[in-house]
Design a protein around this ligand. Structure first.
Ligand SMILES: NC(=O)c1ccc[n+]([C@@H]2O[C@H](COP(=O)([O-])OP(=O)(O)OC[C@H]3O[C@@H](n4cnc5c(N)ncnc54)[C@H](O)[C@@H]3O)[C@@H](O)[C@H]2O)c1
Length: 413
């Protein structure tokens, strides 16, 4: 395997993510070509870079001379012909599959098979994007989180095409950038958004079905479950349109009824209530609870005591399913949820609650809802049937590869 240390990279799309990714590479000494469609977009990208690096200087995280050197390593262009001799291309253009496929078809024709091509898509199929390129075996998903210069986590997404050498090389590049990589296959939402957005969609469904009010759910997830913020506050921060787009991707892949977008989510997006960016989404305690607005005849009888189990247990079951199918490791899932959204690692939680109580509670949810997707996964049943379920879980969690020490918290995206 050839290890690429400091090299040259192209970043396509100098928006929020692309500018941040360009900064990450340039900070570690990479020569970066930033590409966007027109001069106005390049100016915007330049502005994002200038503000971000100025902030780092103001916080004492970067010296003024290092900032100048960093910015000097980035050049911006509208023409890909200006870039040559690169080791890696990271695409961070708009989240539209045809745009990305066009870009990868062009990249595949321009660059030799030794150049790694990565997409920063958050919800599209990496396989579909890779399939547009010549030599799709050198294409991976490289999912940075926002803001890229600050967030430590990067999801590396491999497809049926991806060569092992490419996933190893990209893993060592992410290490060299000082980021923490987790690896998974190509399913909608990858690891972090699959688990996070599934949880958010469930919370919205419980709200709309009158299980509890917005404020009750938000509050209980912070006070009892120890989450950094409630699901509705988080939806408002992320953007309801972004949450809906990921839920739709997951739903289109699984067709499990529990993954269908909650109607209330669709209604709020259709009403232009997108969260903080539009001024209002689910709202806070001073604003009306949207579930009371849409269900005006509802009886006010809630089941707050059954929270947070109703929200957290399916999250644990889904994480176990990921491990059962070999999609991702326990360690990578825990790392992803902790660093990506400051949620407790599901396997830490299972260890804390106990395998058998988790199984019993999930069996009750399955019995009550009769939803096939809530059936306790076989792996959970197997762990519970072991002579020592805690030891069986510990064995399952043992890392299969060397992984960097895992900090206990990150920042919500
Ligand atoms: N914003 C986030 O929180 C976030 C987080 C992780 C991943 N992502 C993903 O990163 C990608 C970019 O998201 P963003 O938030 O930075 O979007 P953005 O709208 O801020 O930036 C997109 C940029 O791509 C440019 N662009 C569009 N088509 C292009 C083309 N054909 N060639 C070159 N440039 C082109 C646009 O001019 C724009 O500057 C998306 O795939 C998104 O899903 C976003």
């Amino acid at each position: 395997m050839t290890t690429i240390s400091t090299g040259s990279a192209i970043v396509i799309g100098l928006g929020t993510m692309g500018a941040g990714i360009a900064e990450v590479f340039a900070r570690e000494g990479w020569r970066v070509y930033g590409i966007d469609r027109d001069q106005a977009a390049l100016d915007r990208g330049h502005q994002i870079l200038a503000s971000s690096t100025d902030r780092a200087v103001a916080k004492g995280k970067l010296s003024p001379s290092d900032r100048d050197a960093l910015l000097a390593r980035i050049s911006v262009h509208t023409d890909l012909d200006d870039a040559s001799e690169v080791d890696l291309v990271v695409e961070a253009a708009v989240e539209d599959v045809q745009t990305k496929r066009d870009i990868f078809a062009d990249l595949g024709a321009r660059f030799g098979a030794e150049v790694i091509l990565a997409t920063n898509t958050s919800s599209l199929s990496v396989t579909e994007i890779a399939s547009a390129a010549a030599h799709p075996e050198r294409v991976v998903g490289l999912h940075f989180f926002n803001p890229a210069p600050v967030q430590q986590l990067v999801e590396i997404v491999t497809t049926v095409h991806t060569a092992d050498t490419v996933s190893e090389q990209i893993g060592s590049i992410v290490d060299q950038l000082g980021k923490v990589a987790i690896q998974c296959g190509d399913r909608a939402g990858f690891v972090v958004n699959r688990l996070l957005v599934g949880y958010l969609n469930r919370a919205i469904r419980l709200l709309q079905d009158g299980f509890a009010s917005r404020d009750e759910i938000d509050q209980v997830m912070v006070t009892s479950a120890g989450y950094p913020m409630g699901p509705f506050e988080l939806c408002d921060l992320v953007g309801l349109d972004v949450v809906l787009a990921v839920v739709e991707q997951i739903w289109s892949e699984t067709r499990d009824r529990i993954d269908a977008p909650a109607p209330l989510l669709r209604q709020l997006v259709a009403a232009g209530r997108l969260g903080r960016k539009s001024g209002l989404g689910f709202g806070t305690a001073t604003e009306p609870d949207p579930s009371a607005q849409v269900n005006r005849a509802r009886r006010r009888e809630t089941r707050v005591d059954e929270l947070p189990g109703a929200l957290v247990l399916p999250y644990l079951n889904e994480a176990l399913r990921m491990v059962e199918s070999g999609y991702a490791s326990c360690d990578d899932i825990d790392t992803g949820m902790q660093l990506g959204c400051r949620m407790p690692g599901p396997f830490d939680l299972i260890a804390e609650i106990g395998v058998v109580p988790v199984l019993t509670a999930q069996q009750m949810i399955f019995a009550e809802t009769a939803e096939p997707a809530h059936r306790p996964c076989h792996l959970l049943e197997q762990l519970a049937a072991a002579d020592d379920p805690a030891a069986a879980l510990a064995a399952l969690r043992r890392p299969r590869r060397d992984s960097p020490a895992r900090p206990t918290s990150g920042k919500v995206v």
